[in-house]
Design a protein around this ligand. Sequence first.
Ligand code: SF4
Length: 408
Amino acid sequence: MNKVADSNRPHIAVVGRRNVGKSSLVNALLGQDLSIVSEVAGTTTDPVKKALELLPYGPVVLVDTAGIDDEGELGRQRISKTIKILSSSDFALVVVDARETLQSKELELFAYLDKLQINYIVAVNKIEFGVNPELLDELKELRIVHFEVSCKEKAGIDELKRKMIRLLPSDNEPPLVSDIVSQGDVIVLVVPIDLGAPKGRLIMPQVQTIREALDEDTIVVVCKDKELRSTLDNLKNYPDLVITDSQAIMRVAADVPEKVKLTTFSILMARHKGELPIFVRGLRRVEELQNGDKVLVAEACSHHAQEDDIGTVKIPRWLRNHTKKDLLIDVIHGHDFPDNLSDYRLIVHCGGCMLTRRAMQTRINEAKLMDVPIVNYGVLISYMHGAIPRALLPFEEAIAEWEKVKGK
Ligand code: SF4
């Protein structure tokens, strides 16, 4: 089986009220009995992710969630987790009990999915106990695609899978590099191995870039920033493209001749997961920041902070030095993005390599709705180090946006 990072697999949320058989459906789709399945309502308390090879579509992640009708304070917290999961999902399977009619919670759920423009199918489960014709009439009236299944008797599961495959979004992630390189190009990747680098491995954006570049039949040379000059000296011709870690951009820019295309892994990720022109537009706000303004630095995963950590130490320091303003900077880690962004004047987001594109888009949309400009690490670091527009040159749309920012 192909090893695909979870953050690159489409996420399918399995949602519904308690005890309608969400975990049973996950198990039936997986063809196994791993989740705890019980007749006691509310067995799944936190979202549980399971990888599934949905042939011939490809790898996906199923996310088993807590019931949308959970009760009490803890129940409310679980529902809010389910809502978060939904907002970053690519598709939803809504499970209902075949013996009942649609409840208000389900109608609210359909409205929410419609608002988020997430495709979904209703799985009418437990048909072994009979099907309420009123339920089918309601679903038909609402023109909701539905499928009758029995997870217990494994009936209708293959048909449901086939239907899901037809409705799942196609792979529309912009490439990392494949559209800016050609067969036979020589690409130099600059990968600093410092205290911040994980032990014994490269980070995901570097690995993905290498793989995508190799798929395009290019020649990939990897070196550390210290060895860049001798690497370039050892090549017969100038490389066609140099990609560097953002933090080394100034050193690397000094070593790479102007006529060679240069960008950063973080700018590649900005386009792959997010919206590069929107991040470039966000730079305008950097020059407008005033004393006392609040800035949110958001990292999409939790990792052990190093002494000179990029999110908690370097970005705040560079931003204060650049603006010469006394800024109030909040740093958050992990999958929870604040519900209320309106206090912030600027959001600085990490590359988001552990997020699905949909999750990153949701964060960008939330910022847009609250009218808060957003930039990503790579764009901001290159800007503050004077390496923009050079690092944006390979990307026409981003350069066009930069021209507007410059012209104000
Ligand atoms: S902080 Fe962001 S860019 Fe860094 S590893 Fe986590 S998700 Fe990826």
